[in-house]
Design a protein. Structure first.
Lengths: 92, 92
DNA sequence: GATTATAATCGCAATTTTGCGATTATATAA
DNA sequence: TTATATAATCGCAAAATTGCGATTATAATC
């Protein structure tokens, strides 16, 4: 849970996910163009998102297509919902 | 958004929030006892959660009562829900 | 085979985070 | 007033993250 939140804890990675969520085509180069960061940096963020399982990459030729992993995506959605919808017994 | 996710991106901070969510009494010392970390470390995590607005602390005497800020809590809940319930147009 | 386009990796510097011992501050109790 | 309990702060070391230039790998194209 903390790991997933951590992966979301960087503006570039949020931006990547938002981009991927509305894009049908999701080639690496496009993401690099979208962000004000060097290719190596973007790739590093993609790698981190991949390590956590949030996205997956499919290589076809010289291009790689990055996509949100719907299954993990939904699991995370539930996990967060679960945390935030706890009944809070506040005292102050 | 990234800032909030970042604040959630550490197991100790998740543990603190989960503890606070089910505790009515939420004195600093109790949280320290709950976690396998030194007092200074726990306090640092509390400070980070506070900076982001997730929790608030009310001093009364020598004790301080920490609580989840319900308003921010709910805003975050929506923010995350908003991100995760986007319609994804996947390609791979 | 050589060239080009794309993606991935390496290695480094700068910065940030994490964890904690030691100290300080403050209110309560003796 | 002194002692005690609790919380907050300081300052440091170790580790992790961030960003990127340079290089390497690989497939497609000429």
């Amino acid at each position: 849970m903390a790991k997933l939140a951590k992966a979301l804890g960087h503006p570039a990675r949020i931006a990547i996910l938002e981009y991927l969520s509305k894009q049908v085509e999701c080639v690496c180069g496009d993401i690099v163009d979208e962000l004000p960061l060097a290719q190596a940096t973007v790739l590093q963020h993609l790698k981190e998102l991949k390590e956590v399982g949030l996205i997956k990459g499919e290589i076809s030729g010289t291009k790689t297509c990055y996509c949100i992993d719907m299954q993990v995506w939904q699991e995370i959605q539930w996990m967060f919902a679960d945390l935030f919808t706890k009944t809070i017994k506040n005292c102050c």
